[in-house]
Design a protein around this ligand. Sequence first.
Ligand SMILES: [Zn+2]
Length: 236
Amino acid sequence: MKNPDLLWEYQSLEQRKVQLHRQLKTLTEIPELRKLKEQIEQSQELIKMLNQEKENAKKSIKSQESELLALKEKFNNAESELYGGNVQASREIEAAEKNISLIKQKIQEEEDLEFIELERLEQIEFKLRPLLTDLQEKKNSFRKINQDYTNKKEKIIKETEEIKSRQKTLDLKIDQNDWEIYRKLCEKYPDKSGIGILQNGVCSGCHMTVSFEQLKKAKNLTGIVCDNCGRPLVVK
Ligand SMILES: [Zn+2]
């Protein structure tokens, strides 16, 4: 090999790239965000349902109020007719009184219904308040975690881009023959690392101690090969 140093750098960058890719896929924020998103959607669904109920209750109250208003007007008319002196005959008076008491009863019934509806409205609002607070808190933490996630993601992408650009430069510098040897060696090893580094007499590829003969060669910085795994070694 003419220049194992360049291939070593290329290989290290490739490994770092794989590591960064794995990091990107396993950022802890991803499951957190997914969980929060699910909770937010559930909460929004529930709030939507309660708001719909609230609207229905309000509509009922409104129609009950106009019904009450009409009944009260009817009641007033009936009373003024009775006491206005127009009704004279006792049978007519009796009928008018009966009519008035019927209207009164209807008013009472309508007021009871309105009371029930008002209570229902209050209950819905009682349920809604903590849900809205909780939703807001969840949205805030989603925003915060998403910001952290975006920052980390951007950092990883930036580093990956820098690696790619450095690899392009290296690719032009690396000898074609070196490339061929390197590719064949990569295929040979399960970890796809065709080149190793010699550190404290140990090969980084197989983690075995390199023989004395090879170490002697290392001193001259010429063609060192691990005698255990056969990887060309770069001396660091
Ligand atoms: Zn080795």
